[in-house]
Design a protein around this ligand. Structure first.
Ligand code: ADP
Ligand code: MG
Length: 452
C-alpha cells in the first residue's frame, strides 16, 4: 500500500497553488525592486500580480503627486485589455478630497466593498466605462507609515466578494510597493548626488587642466626668454673677454701693474659670467625642450679619454692623482657624445675642485644592458642633508664669497638633466671628510626625445 501511495501524484489544492503563486509573485517583485530603477516598471509587476492572485477583472496603483494634492494613476492591469479605457487613454490624476480613493489614502487602512455604487461618499471622477460592483483597496505606506498611494482591484472573475485572504495578499503587495517607492527615491537621490559629484569633479579637473596649461605656457615662455637672452648676452661678453685678453697681452701697448691687475679682474669675471650664461642657456634650453640631442654610434673609451685629456692640466696643477679604469666599457654605444663629454667634464672638475689633495678616479663599465660611469674622489665630501639639494639650480654647499672655488651652482642640475635627456640617471653618494662618488648610468642606446 505504501508503495502505491508513493506513486500517487499529489494534486495541489487551490489554496496551496495560490500560496505558491503568491510566493512567486513576491519573489518577482523583490527582484524587480532590486533590478529596476524605474518605479513604473515595479508598479506594473505588482499590479499584475495583485490582479492575478485575487482573480480580479482590473487592478490599479495610484501614487501621490509630488505636491501631495492628487493621486496619479501609476500602473493598470486588466483581465480584458479592452477595459483599459481612461480619460486620455493613459494616466490620470484624481484630486485628493472626497471619494473612496481619497478615503483609502487618508484612512490608511484596507477597504473592501461588495456594492461600490452604494458607497455613500462616492466621487464622480473618474467615471469607469465598465460598471464596478465589488472593490478592494489598500493604502501604500512608506517606511514611516505615511500614505503614499494605494493598490485597488475590482470584481472577481466569479462575481464573489473579496475575501480576508485577498486582503492579506494585497497588504503584502502594498508593502512591497512602499519599499519600491522608497528604493526609487533613494536611487534618485544617489544618482543626483553622483551626477552632482561628477559635475564638480569635472569642473575642478577642467580648472586644473587650464591652470596647468597656463603654468606650462608661462614656464615655457620663461625658458624661451632666458634662452634668447643668454644668447644675446654672449655676443658682447665674448667681445669684452676678447679685448681684455688682448689688452692683457699688451697687444695695444705696455700696462702698469694697476692696469694689469684691473684687467685680470675684468677677464676673470667676464669668463665667470660667460660660464654662468652658458649654463643658464643650457638649463633653459633643456627646460624649453629646445636642447637638441644628436644620437650617433660612438666608442665610450674614446669619449672618456678626450675628457681625461682636457682635465689633465687641472689635475697636474692641483697635484691630484688621476686614475682611470675604462677596461669594462661597452665597445660601442648609441648616444650623444657631446652631452656625455659635458657631464663627465663637469663631474671630474667638481671632484678636483672639492678635493684638496688625493685621488680622483674614473671608472667605466658595462653593467647588464647599461653603461655605468663613476667618478669618485677623496675630497671634502657632502653632508647627507646637502646630497639631494646639490642637484637644485644654484645650490652650493659653501656659497660664501670667500670660497676658494668659483662656479655657478648649475653644473650638477645640468648634468642630471642631460643624463635624463639621454634616458639615463645621475646619482651621488658621499661620506663627509672621506669623499664622494657620482655615478652616471646610461642606456646602451639612447633615443632622441621628440620635441614639439
Ligand atoms: N665631488 C664633490 N665633492 C664635494 N662637494 C661637491 C662635489 N661636487 C659637487 N659638490 C657640491 O655641490 C655643489 C654644486 O655643484 P655644481 O652644481 O657643480 O656647482 P658648482 O660646481 O658651480 O658649485 C658644489 O658647490 C659643491 O658644494
Ligand atoms: Mg660644478
Amino acid at each position: 500500500m505504501a508503495h502505491m501511495r508513493d506513486n500517487q501524484i499529489q494534486m495541489p489544492d487551490a489554496s496551496e497553488k495560490r500560496y505558491q503563486l503568491h510566493t512567486e509573485s513576491l519573489n518577482a517583485i523583490a527582484m524587480a525592486i532590486t533590478a529596476e530603477s524605474d518605479l513604473e516598471k515595479v508598479f506594473q509587476v505588482i499590479v499584475d500580480a495583485a490582479r492575478t492572485l485575487v482573480n480580479a477583472n482590473a487592478a490599479i496603483i495610484y501614487h501621490v503627486s509630488d505636491d501631495l494634492t492628487s493621486l496619479k494613476s501609476a500602473a493598470f492591469s486588466y483581465q480584458d485589455p479592452s477595459d483599459h479605457r481612461h480619460p486620455g487613454n493613459g494616466h490620470f490624476m484624481i484630486p485628493l478630497g472626497h471619494g473612496l480613493i481619497s478615503d483609502i489614502y487618508f484612512g490608511g487602512v484596507p477597504v473592501r466593498l461588495s456594492d461600490y455604487p452604494a458607497y455613500p461618499r462616492r466621487a464622480k471622477i473618474p467615471t469607469p466605462h465598465v460598471a464596478i460592483s465589488k472593490l478592494i483597496g489598500v493604502p501604500l505606506l512608506d517606511r514611516s507609515g505615511r500614505s503614499i498611494g494605494l493598490l485597488m482591484a475590482s470584481d472577481k472573475g466569479d462575481g464573489s466578494d473579496f475575501t480576508d485572504e485577498d486582503e492579506k495578499i494585497f497588504l503584502s503587495l502594498a508593502r512591497q510597493g512602499g519599499i519600491a517607492v522608497e528604493n526609487a527615491r533613494l536611487y534618485r537621490e544617489l544618482m543626483d548626488s553622483k551626477s552632482n559629484l561628477e559635475a564638480q569633479v569635472a569642473a575642478r579637473t577642467a580648472e586644473l587642466e587650464r591652470k596647468n596649461l597656463e603654468l606650462q605656457n608661462a614656464n615655457r615662455l620663461k625658458s624661451e626668454f632666458l634662452a634668447k637672452m643668454s644668447h644675446e648676452l654672449r655676443t658682447p661678453l665674448n667681445s669684452i673677454i676678447g679685448f681684455s685678453d688682448m689688452l692683457l697681452n699688451q697687444f695695444y701697448g705696455p700696462l702698469n701693474d694697476q692696469q694689469q691687475d684691473g684687467l685680470e679682474r675684468v677677464l676673470r669675471n667676464g669668463k665667470h659670467l660667460l660660464a654662468l650664461i652658458n649654463d643658464v642657456l643650457d638649463i633653459s634650453r633643456i627646460e624649453a625642450s629646445k636642447m637638441p640631442v644628436r644620437v650617433e654610434a660612438c666608442v665610450p673609451r674614446d669619449i672618456l679619454m678626450q675628457v681625461l685629456f682636457a682635465v689633465e692640466p687641472l689635475a697636474r696643477k692641483k697635484g691630484h692623482v688621476l686614475i682611470h679604469d675604462l677596461e669594462g666599457s661597452p665597445p660601442m654605444v648609441k648616444s650623444d657624445p657631446t652631452k656625455i663629454r659635458q657631464i663627465i667634464l663637469n663631474l671630474l672638475t667638481n671632484a678636483m675642485n672639492f678635493t684638496d689633495r688625493g685621488e680622483v678616479r674614473l671608472v667605466s663599465r658595462r653593467v647588464a644592458d647599461r653603461w655605468e660611469i663613476s667618478i669618485s674622489d677623496t675630497g671634502i665630501g657632502i653632508a647627507p642633508e646637502d646630497l639631494t639639494r646639490i642637484f637644485e639650480e644654484f645650490y652650493q654647499v659653501d656659497s660664501s664669497t670667500t670660497r676658494k672655488v668659483g662656479g655657478t651652482g648649475l653644473g650638477l642640475p645640468i648634468c642630471l638633466r642631460m643624463a635624463r635627456l639621454l634616458g639615463g640617471q645621475l646619482s651621488a653618494e658621499s661620506t663627509p671628510g672621506e669623499g664622494s662618488v657620482f655615478t652616471v648610468v646610461l642606456p646602451l642606446e639612447s633615443r632622441a626625445p621628440e620635441f614639439d
